[in-house]
Design a binder for this molecule. Sequence first.
Ligand code: GLC
Ligand code: GLC
Length: 808
Amino acid sequence: MNFGYFDDSNREYVIETPKTPYPWINYLGSESFFGLVSNTAGGYAFYKDAKLRRLTRYRYNDVPVDSGGRYYYIKDNDTVWNPGWMPTKTELDRYECRHGMGYTKFTSSKNQLRCELTMMVPNDYNGEVHQMKLTNDSSMDKVIDLYSLVEFCLWDASDDMTNFQRNYSTGEVEVEESVIYHKTEFRERRDHYAFFSMNQNINSFETDRDTFLGAFNGYDKPEAVNGELKNSIASGWHPIGSHHKKIELKPDEEISIIFILGYTETKEKFTSANVINKAPAQKMIDAFKTDEQFEKAFLELKHKWDGLLAPFSIDSDDEKLNRMVNIWNPYQCMVTFNMSRSASYFESGIGRGMGFRDSNQDILGFVHQIPEKAKERILDIAATQFEDGSAYHQYQPLTKKGNDAIGSGFNDDPCWLIMATAAYIKETGDFEILKEEVVFENDPNKVGTLYDHLNASFYHVVNNKGPHGLPLIGRADWNDCLNLNCHSTEPGESFQTSGTADGRVAESVFIAGLFAFTGKDFVEMSRYLGKDKEADEAKQHIEEMKETVMTHGYDGEWFLRAYDAFGEKIGSHENDEGKIYIEPQGFCVMSGMGIDDGRALKALDSVKEHLDTKYGIVLNQPAYTKYHPELGEISSYPPGYKENAGIFCHNNPWIACAEAEVGRGTRAFEVYKRIAPAYLEEISDVHKTEPYVYSQMITGKDGVHFGQAKNSWLTGTASWNYITITQWILGIQPDYKGLKINPCIPADLKSYSVNRTFRGCTYQISFDNSAGVEKGVKSIVVDNKKIEGHHLPLFDDQKTHKVVVTMG
Ligand code: GLC
Ligand code: GLC
C-alpha cells in the first residue's frame, strides 16, 4: 500500500496523507543548524549538537508518537486546524507533504482556505525559515486568527528532561516587536540565545506555556487559540514562542508570512541591564524580510543540492534504480555524514556520539560529493586512535575527543580507517593525505603521519591473534552484539563495556575477512609511497590470514563466524542455533577467499539457501531462542529482531558485493533490490518506515512483525548500498590510477548510461550489454579511441568525455 509517490523531477517524496504508518521525516540543514521535520510538522531543531544545543523540546516515547514540533494553528470561524494536521487532527480537505532535498513543503486546505508552508534551513544560516502563504479560495471575505507555536528546550536536551528542580526556575525570555527571544542561562554562562520571529506586526503573543495551553490541555487543544493572547512573559517553568495575528482575506487574496526560528552567538551580551544584544538576531531577521529573499535562498539551496548530486547520475529504464542512485541514496548518505548516529526518530540525539567504525564507513558514501570534508573527517577520526592501533569506539562531535566511558577494544575498528582513507585517495588521487601529521589519542605529544596510523591499524590485527591465528575479537567486531568476552548475567549491565576487552581466546573470522579485504589497500598505499618492504611484509600477512581462514575458518559449506572464549565454534553446522552468519560470507568472499576452489560460491549459495527471505537476508539462522551469556547481546533479542536473525540491512550489500566479486550480477542486483526502499514503496504498510530511505533493520522471518522496518535514516546501510550499486554492480570504480570500469550486472540489463565527475572532468559513459552478459568488458572507447585496460584516462580539463563500454 502506498501513502504517496516519488516526484523525481522535483526530487521529492510526496506524502498524500498525514496518517502514515510511522512519522515520515526529513532533515533540514547541512552545515551547523539542523531540523528534523515529520510529515505532520513534528520534530525539533538544534545547533551542531542535538544534546547540548537543543532549541526546541521533543518528548520521546510520547503518545501520540510524534508530538512536539513547530505548529501553526489557523482559526477560521469555529474551526481550528493545522497545516500538517497534527496536533489538532482536524480533518483537512486537502493535505500534501513534500519532503525534498533540505526542505519540506506542506500544502493543505480547509473550508476554502489554502495554506502553503515551506520550511528550510538556508545555506550558511543558523535557523529554520518558514514561509507561509494563506489564500482565500472562497467567494467570501475571511477573518482568521493565526497562531504559531514552538516550545523551547532549555538547551541541554538531557538535563531538560530530568533536572526539573533547577530548570523550572531558570527559563527567561524577552519580547520586542514581533520577535520572541529565548535567553535562558544567557545571563550567566551562555553566549547564545534563540529567537522566533515573524515578519509582520502581531496582535498579541504568549511565551508561557501554561498560559497558552491551559493547565490541563495538550497541544491539541490550546486554551488560548480563541482570540487575543495574553502577552505572558515566561519566568521559569516552560518558555514557548507563540505569535498571534488577525488576518483578513478577500476572495482570492493571498498573504505571505515568514517565520524564523534562529540561533545566534554573541560576545557583547547586553545592551542594558539584562536586555540582550539583539543585533545579531536582527541581522538574521533582515536576511528574510521578503518573499524575494526567501525564494532566492530557496533556489540557492536547490543549487547546492544540484552540485552535491551532480558527481554521479544514472539513466536507465528502471526508474526505481534511477531514483535511488540519483536522489535518495546520496541524500541519505549526506544525512549520515551530518548526523552520524545522533539524531533521528530512533536515535534520541542525547545518546551516543560519533562511532569510529560508523563514521569511517559513512565516508564511503559521500567522499565523491564533499572530498574536503571527508578528508577533515578522516583526520579527526584518526586523531582519536591509540598508538597501538586500537581506537576509541566513539567520540564527541563537539570536542572531537574519544569517549572514555566506552573506551576501545572493538577490534574491527582500526581496519575501517584504512578503508575510508583508501576511498578518499581513490576518489581524489591525493596521496599527500598519508603524509599529514595526525596525533594519537588527541595528545599533542604523540604525533605520527596518517600512514603511521594505518600501519598501526594493520598491525593491530596482526599483533592480536588468538589460538587459531585468527584476529581476537575484543569487546565485539562489526556486530556490536556478539560479545564473546562479556558473559553478562546482570540486568542492565552493558554488553559491550562489561567484562574484559582483552580476552586472548575469542576470535573473529569476520575481522579476518575485513583485514584481508582492506589490507590490500594498505599494501597499495604503501607501494605508492615507495615503501616496498612494508608492502611486501603486509602482503605476506594477508596471505597468511587467508590461509588461516581456509584452514580454521571454513565450516564445510560456509565461513565460520567466530570462536568463543572457550575455543568453541560459532556459526557452524555443529551449533544448534546460529549455525550460519551473514557477515563473514560477505567479507571473506569480497577479499577473494575461496574463489579459486569453489568454496566462495558454496558459501554464497548457503546464504541463499539458509538466510534469504522475501524481504532481505537475515543475519543468522537458526535464530537464538535462548540467552547465551557466552555470546552476549545477540542472543538477548527475541528471534527475528536486530542482530538476532533480523534483516540487518547494513550487511546485505556485502553479499551483493561478494556476488559481484564472483561474477553473478543477476543475483547481486536481486540482493540489492530486495532492501532498496524505492522498490518497497508498495509495501509501505508492512514496512512502516519511510519508502525513500534505508532503515537499519527489517524484522526477519522469525519475528512476529516479519518485514517491518525500524531505525530509519542513520545507518551504515546508506553508504554501503551506495557503493554496492554504483561501484560493484554498475561498475564505476574509483581507483588509485583513475576510474576503473568493471560492471557486474543482471544479464537482462541491456543498457544504461552514467555521468560521473571525477578528478576534474566528467565522463559520459554508456554501457552496451546487448550481449546479455553479467560480467566482462569487451571494449572501452573514450572520445572515439579504443583504450587498453579498464582504467579511463585522466583528463583534468573540466570537459566532458564520451565513453562507450561494450560488454561481452
Ligand atoms: C549499529 C552500530 C554499528 C554496528 C551495527 C551492528 O548499527 O551503529 O556500529 O556495526 O549496529 O551491530
Ligand atoms: C546496541 C544495538 C546495536 C548498536 C549498539 C551500539 O547493541 O543493538 O545495534 O550497534 O547498541 O553500542
